[in-house]
Design a protein around this ligand. Structure first.
Ligand SMILES: Nc1ncnc2c1ncn2[C@@H]1O[C@H](COP(=O)(O)OP(=O)(O)OP(=O)(O)O)[C@@H](O)[C@H]1O
Ligand SMILES: [Mg+2]
Length: 387
């Protein structure tokens, strides 16, 4: 196991020397207990936290570890020491990835215990077939289409094989998914609206186009009248059949409400509201999420994804914590800004995961998808509310 380029945070000065020997080509940083209680900016969390239990008073350490566990994605944590109190270990076990290393230990022991914690985990397997993920922008241009495409591709990687994931662009008048993917827009939904009950797997087949990234696409050609000529029955029947045929369906939903919007949302398993880090967008995300909760109390909990997170070099953008305060709720995830990757992929035609696989956007979407698969909205409605 190599630790090259890994960021390791050392809490407790007594560990620094041994860590220096164990992780020669990693970036080591030391900090006090208070660092565990602050949130990390997206992309800045350490890859591993090492804690020297003996350096701190047990209750204070226990509280700090409990605070660490409330973060969206707590880093893997290794606690070192002897005679560790049970309460402390219990709080440690609440972290998704943690372990204990009993003192005394050598640098080699430290490296051996750390290796499995930083090794990449196999992506969780999506085993519930026909999960429908709906993605909606809180404001225009927030990145809903981009994230719908990347989410569909991330799901396709977790569900290998043909005909597993379908991306449906319900921006019927001027959807952009086909253009972003460089794929044909073959869906003739307004024509099928005259006999919605005739929409079946064969007709779906005729509407579908294969898109790069292992995704099947259902998208219509530009048509300014499409919303007037497409019936709610046709939209809902299309979704129903797609969910029968595919293991996962991702919907790029229009922001403005249509006669079928609430039914589409009510039938979704995951509902992602995409916002950006500006005050108007956050307020719009807050209102949109509240409207959906109000109209669909038994529906999926809307989850807010903050897109185009940038370092604070371009003026006073809100921080994640300020954004969450403005929205009165937690964000389910954040996606780093990478204009080059997003523009290059759209210009070339295809997902960012294909043209710029190393972009942070790809990693952030993968992390979000894995988190949502591990904790589906319908069974954990309460854990995204800020108390
Ligand atoms: N994380 C990101 N980093 C950089 N650029 C991004 C990111 N996400 C999206 N973009 C860019 O932002 C612009 C708007 O994105 P997109 O079309 O996905 O938004 P949208 O919410 O679907 O817009 P609309 O309201 O028109 O449907 C595009 O140019 C896209 O490439
Ligand atoms: Mg869009």
């Amino acid at each position: 196991m190599t630790f090259a380029g890994r960021r390791i945070l050392i809490v407790g000065a007594g560990l620094a020397e041994l860590a220096g020997q164990a992780f020669r080509d990693a970036t080591l940083q030391t900090a006090g207990l208070e660092r565990l209680q602050a949130r990390w900016a997206f992309g800045e969390a350490p890859d591993l936290i090492l804690i020297e239990a003996g350096a701190f008073e047990p209750d204070a350490l226990s509280t700090a570890i409990a605070a660490l566990a409330t973060g969206a994605t707590p880093p893997p944590t290794l606690l070192t020491g002897d005679h560790l109190p049970a309460g402390l270990v219990r709080n440690l076990m609440r972290l998704p990835r943690s372990d204990v290393l009993e003192a005394p230990f050598s640098a080699a022991d430290l490296a051996a215990a750390s290796g499995p914690l930083v090794a990449p985990t196999a992506a969780p397997v999506l085993n519930a077939p026909s999960r429908c993920w709906t993605i909606m922008g809180a404001v225009g241009g927030a990145g809903a289409t981009t994230l719908a495409i990347e989410t569909a591709c991330a799901l396709a990687q977790r569900l290998p094989g043909p005909r597993r994931v379908c991306l449906i662009d319900l921006n019927l008048a001027d959807g952009a998914a086909a253009a972003y993917l460089g794929a044909p827009a073959n869906m003739l939904l307004s024509r099928a609206s005259q006999a919605a009950d005739r929409i079946d797997p064969q007709l779906l087949d005729a509407f579908v186009s294969g898109a790069p990234g292992g995704v099947d696409l259902l998208a219509s050609a530009r048509d300014p009248n499409a919303y007037d000529t497409t019936s709610a029955d046709a939209v809902l029947r299309l979704l129903e059949v797609a969910c029968q045929v595919y293991d996962a369906v991702v919907v790029d939903a229009p922001r403005h409400r249509r006669s079928w919007t609430l039914d589409v949302l009510a039938g979704s398993d995951e509902l992602l509201v995409v916002s950006e880090l500006t005050v108007p967008a956050l307020l719009a995300a807050r209102s949109l999420a509240a409207e959906i909760e109000n109209d669909l109390p038994a529906g999926p909990q809307p989850r807010i994804v903050l897109n185009r997170l940038a370092k604070r070099v371009f003026g006073p953008a809100p921080s994640m914590a300020e954004a969450e305060k403005a929205m009165g709720r937690r964000a389910a995830g954040g996606i780093t800004s990478d204009w080059e990757a997003a523009a290059a992929s759209a210009n070339l035609g295809g997902p960012i995961s294909q043209h710029r696989p190393k972009s942070r956007i790809v990693k952030d979407v993968a992390d979000l998808v894995d988190r949502l698969i591990a904790a589906p909205a319908r069974s954990h409605p309460e854990d995204l509310r800020v108390a």
